[in-house]
Design a protein around this ligand. Sequence first.
Ligand SMILES: Nc1ncnc2c1ncn2[C@@H]1O[C@H](COP(=O)(O)OP(=O)(O)OP(=O)(O)O)[C@@H](O)[C@H]1O
Length: 685
Amino acid sequence: MSASPPAAAAKSGDALARRLAKLDIHRQQDLLLHLPLRYEDETRISAIREAREGEPVQVEGEVESCEVVARGRRQLVARVRDDSGVLVARWLNFYPSQQRQMAPGRRVRLFGELRHGFFGAEMVHPRVRNVDAGEPLPEALTPVYPTTAGLAQSALRKLVGRALDAHVEDELLPPQVLHDLRLPTFSAALDALHRPGPQVSVAALEAHEHPAWRRIHFEELLVQQISLRRAYNARRAKRAPALKPRDQLTRKLVDALPFALTGAQRRAVAEIARDLAVPHPMQRLLQGDVGSGKTVVAALAMLQALENGFQAALMAPTEILAEQHWLKLDAWLTPLGLRVEWLAGSRARKEREAAQARLAAGESLLAVGTHALIEDAVTLPRLGLAVVDEQHRFGVRQRLALREKAVGGLNPHMLMMSATPIPRTLAMTHYADLDVSVLDELPPGRTPVATRLVSDARRDEVVARVAAACAEGRQAYWVCPLIEESEALQLKTAEETFERLASELPDLRVGLVHGRLKSAEKSATMAAFAAGEVDLLVATTVIEVGVDVPNASLMVIEHAERFGLAQLHQLRGRVGRGTAESTCVLLFAADQPLSDTARARLKVIYEHTDGFEIAREDLRIRGPGEFVGARQSGVPMLRHADLERDADLVEPARALAERLLADSPQAAERLLQRWLGGREGLLRA
Ligand SMILES: Nc1ncnc2c1ncn2[C@@H]1O[C@H](COP(=O)(O)OP(=O)(O)OP(=O)(O)O)[C@@H](O)[C@H]1O
């Protein structure tokens, strides 16, 4: 895009190129997709006397006078007259060129907001255009583009205009799709957005409700699908060990379990088993609602690797969670004669080194741990399956690091697990490069958790309820108020809550866990709670995921209005895991009004128990951002499309992406080029 020499031109061309690069405009055609933020209507002229206040208008008249007034700060003050009256225009900071534009006798069009003040009509800092009498008005609305310092709207408009003039129709979508979805062609959409005619409603354009926008949204979603699908295909072309189902260890585990697998678990196990048997790396996301039983599904997948002489490892983001998994796997697999190695920061160095040595020598085939698993000292030479729990809490690099523990170019299969249900549109747009298994069925015998919303003015009654539940031999959680701004304050609050409850409930054995405790203390307290030696566990959100104590039947969450929906759902999921009737009490602050969002969240959690439903509501309330850590996942970000508004376009985009990749790979490639240019690699890094 930079101008050609001579030197001076080249220099200013470079500066321009740098500014454009800031807007992510690197090629001529990037200008086409640099779409307006809003529009100004310069297609009509208002009479000064009749011009409406409070909205941008254009007036035209002759400059009667123009002078620099030094009243405090220097101002440029001009009077402009049309047939209906006079208007005063003012500039606080001005250039000599502006003064020249406003020379008395010149004819001007002023664009800006007009006020009818005490001294008559006034405009502050209007935009000025010198015109000849009778000069025609522009036929299109004036687009206003996102820009950057040093790049004027007018310059950007010219560049876009030139790119549009040079653009030749380059329709890459099949006519049938345009017809079915009632979309304009690419060129027509660009024209409509960059140069909308005067009859088009500015409001509809700015609200992205015009068919031209729909075309852009669809194409952007399509490009995202193509890009994800290509990544998927590229991965499936790589080689991985074929881990055939041999039904030896897996059968033994299924027979030994104290429960029968649910239908959903059996389905997921079969999907995974099929993937593992293929000599290409699996990349599957296992999504399950709270308490749906993901761990056993992971265990069966790991055993399939073992049956084929390969190792398997499971990594979880927190020590509490990793330890829970380890305890479960250890209890299930030790009876089968298997050793499960436990790798976490808190383990004594000697024990850790011994475990690492057994894994490195291939004597041990199974490892469970935290980030400790991806430390340099760890090798898993025959790693055939890497399982990552709560995968969105890890960075891309960490997930890859686990896979790279294998040696000799071995490419392990990956199973990722998430306890945060993700709405379907979001899964399709962010995880289209993964296969997804869903556990949408809870083990039988669970009674739904009753949710109560209680004002904290009635805290005493809630404390009494805790006492009653524990007197019946049940256990309870009390979740401390969340204080995101300060970890120190969070700690103090947790300790105070603990002390207060311990003194209010002298007959109960009360424990405390929070993020700042040493790992050994944390796991001792958790173990005591699991063993029924602690009645009431006061905790911060460290217990959010994975904690599984079926005898706990009461959960109290203080200042529930401060928690996010996914968090509340996860926390509530800590109870109702046994057969006893369980209750979750959401205490909310009585002394201050709830924000609309907080109220909406509490209503959703009160009304719904299904995680997928809650996730859909959550998406509606706060948008997709926090669900998936989109930036981390390396998926190209959507600039124009909106998953909520354009939900109906996602499925057609997915279908067309697959079709294009199969039947017209060139069109798919050109779409990627059009939208991402050479940047796809960067975005996916
Ligand atoms: N089919 C089943 N029938 C009965 N109990 C089951 C079944 N599957 C798993 N469980 C038990 O249900 C509990 C929850 O299982 P698990 O901890 O794997 O859930 P999870 O999906 O990880 O949930 P969370 O994300 O809430 O931790 C465990 O105690 C587990 O042993």
